[in-house]
Design a protein around this ligand. Structure first.
Ligand SMILES: NC(=O)c1ccc[n+]([C@@H]2O[C@H](COP(=O)([O-])OP(=O)(O)OC[C@H]3O[C@@H](n4cnc5c(N)ncnc54)[C@H](OP(=O)(O)O)[C@@H]3O)[C@@H](O)[C@H]2O)c1
Length: 337
């Protein structure tokens, strides 16, 4: 029997983890769900059973086989300090991603890293996951010399409080014509009917922490510490689904048809690209699904090594829960690729 504890099970990512595990069951799994405050006592459906979320108990965690942390970074740091050396821990937060001793894993890209773990494996940022899954097939065929990305990130990337904020502020805006922005707001500016070119705090280099996470995590996962990459991350009034406008320059001259085929063949990626018929991915189309969808694939008009595309994925599933569950499954299979 595999004892798996999902911590933060009542949050946006935690709930998706339970859903994903229910859709593709792991044999002989005993699932425990824990939380911190608001979710305690709530019931969650799992394969016909109603599981209750209990207070996070360190003894339960220490005696588990696998602990999947769907918690804010500060909580993950505290929990890892307490339980490391017991279960294998998979952390979806940003706390340990850039720690050189911690594998940062997207199983479709660097599955073998999982088996180098020393008790702790990190899942990347949601925007990084969908980016590397589209970069990797291009990297394998043509090499990468430069990447530039602009993201359009949904509010669910900021947790469940951000969902209520978009709901309430949208109703208020329509009712009053004014943008409400309280002191307890999740975002630095009103989010309803707006765009905010800031996700997380600004760094001394003028980029935000979110932007630097994408840069550093992408380099770590691809094993290319000097890959030239920069990005602009924008929060948009969409509930679920992150979109990315990507410009990629390749080392070898790129061939669009080969890139299209490589992307379509890559596990977890689906090409949706028929512009004359208005076929391309949108966040609403991708919600509650697992693939990373790619469309608007075209040549860069400013460089003969450049290719542009538009990639969209459900940030809660592909960008967190599905990736974490795929790590669990790979660990249990115990096979290197
Ligand atoms: N949202 C995304 O798209 C996304 C993508 C990739 C990675 N992540 C990362 O995944 C983690 C979870 O994100 P989320 O969006 O699911 O956030 P969320 O909706 O705010 O949920 C966070 C959950 O963590 C629980 N929690 C907080 N402190 C805890 C503690 N000390 N012990 C146990 N549980 C605790 C909360 O429990 P209560 O409800 O009981 O208070 C809550 O259910 C974050 O680190 C985030 O950065 C998120």
């Amino acid at each position: 029997m595999v004892r798996l504890v999902v911590v933060g099970a009542g949050g946006l990512v935690g709930r998706r983890v339970v859903r994903v595990l229910g859709e593709d069951p792991i044999p002989d799994l005993k699932l425990y769900l824990t939380g911190y405050s608001e979710s305690i006592g709530k019931k969650v459906e799992f394969r016909g059973e109603s599981l209750q979320i209990t207070r996070t108990d360190l003894r339960l965690l220490k005696h588990a086989d696998i602990v999947l942390l769907c918690t804010p970074a500060e909580a993950s740091v505290e929990l890892v300090q307490e339980i490391r050396g017991g279960p294998v821990i998979i952390d979806t937060s940003s706390a340990f991603r850039m720690d050189p001793g911690v594998p940062l894993v997207v199983p479709e890209v660097n599955c073998d890293e999982i088996f180098a773990h020393k008790g702790l494996i990190a899942g990347p940022n949601c925007s990084t996951i969908q980016l590397v899954m589209t970069l990797y097939p291009i990297y394998q065929e043509f090499g990468l010399s430069r990447v530039h990305v602009t993201t359009y990130q949904s509010v669910s990337g900021a947790g469940y409080k951000a969902i209520s904020e978009l709901e309430t502020s949208s109703f208020d805006f329509i009712a009053t014509g004014r943008a409400n922005h309280g002191e307890d707001s999740v975002f630095p500016h009103p989010i309803a009917f707006n765009l905010i070119p800031q996700i997380d705090a600004f760094q001394p280099n003028g980029y935000t922490r979110e932007e630097m996470k994408m840069v550093n995590e992408t380099r770590k996962i691809l094993g290319e510490p000097d890959l030239p990459i920069s990005c602009t991350c924008v929060r948009v009034p969409v509930f679920i689904g992150h979109s990315e406008a990507c410009l990629v320059e390749t080392e070898k001259p790129p061939c669009l048809e080969t890139i299209r085929e490589s992307l379509n063949r890559f596990p977890g990626v689906v090409v949706l690209d028929d512009p004359p018929n208005q076929v391309y991915p949108t966040p609403l189309k991708c919600q509650d699904t697992d693939p990373v969808y790619v469309g608007r694939l075209r040549r860069d008009l400013s460089s003969d090594r450049g290719v542009l595309y538009w990639a969209v994925a459900d940030n809660l599933r592909r960008g967190a829960a599905t990736n974490a569950c795929n790590i669990v499954k790979a660990l249990l299979r115990g096979e290197k690729t």
